[in-house]
Design a binder for this molecule. Structure first.
Ligand code: FEO
Length: 169
């Protein structure tokens, strides 16, 4: 059983994960429009990851006998000044997601909901990886600037593929 408070908090987070997916799809479109298909691919893989996060949470709520109530998703931003500004925006978004996951964990601990705390542990770890991967590209973009290095970085980001996380199999 999930408490009503935990059920609502998880439902809110499902919406946030889908909003994240929507934001990264918007970023993928932005990069495609700039003629940077590698960057677009990287964001498209992130779009898939976020849908996976949402679905994982969706399945957990149902498994615990809770009710999933899907919410409306706001339109994401669709343009940025530069590729660096776009990635910085995405990194800030991930910081906000980390805060939300930490708040969920605090709630699970406060309610002594051990099952939810163990479930959320995966997301706590995942956020460390998410912040690191966005941060890594922000740093590289700062180094390459707007010159030819951008196209080399584009080739690197083209190699990313979606691999469903092992813990969820
Ligand atoms: Fe699902 Fe990027 O956090």
């Amino acid at each position: 059983m999930l408490s009503k408070k935990m059920e609502k908090a998880l439902n809110d987070q499902i919406k946030w994960e889908y909003y994240s997916a929507y934001l990264y799809l918007s970023l993928s479109s932005y990069f495609q429009g700039l003629g940077l298909p590698g960057f677009a691919n990287w964001m498209d893989v992130q779009f898939q990851e976020e849908q996976f996060h949402a679905r994982r949470m969706f399945d957990y709520v149902l498994e615990k006998g809770g009710k999933v109530q899907l919410q409306g998703i706001e339109a994401p931003q669709h343009t940025w000044k530069t590729p660096l500004a776009a990635f910085q925006f995405a990194l800030s978004h991930e910081f906000a997601v980390t805060k939300r996951i930490n708040d969920l964990m605090d709630l699970a601990q406060k309610e002594k909901d051990h099952a939810s705390a163990i479930f959320l542990q995966w997301f706590v770890t995942e956020q460390v990886e998410e912040e690191a991967s966005f941060g890594d590209t922000v740093n590289k973009l700062k180094l390459v600037g707007d010159g030819g290095g951008l196209f080399m970085l584009d080739r690197e980001l083209a190699a990313r593929v979606f691999v469903p996380p092992v813990a969820a199999k």
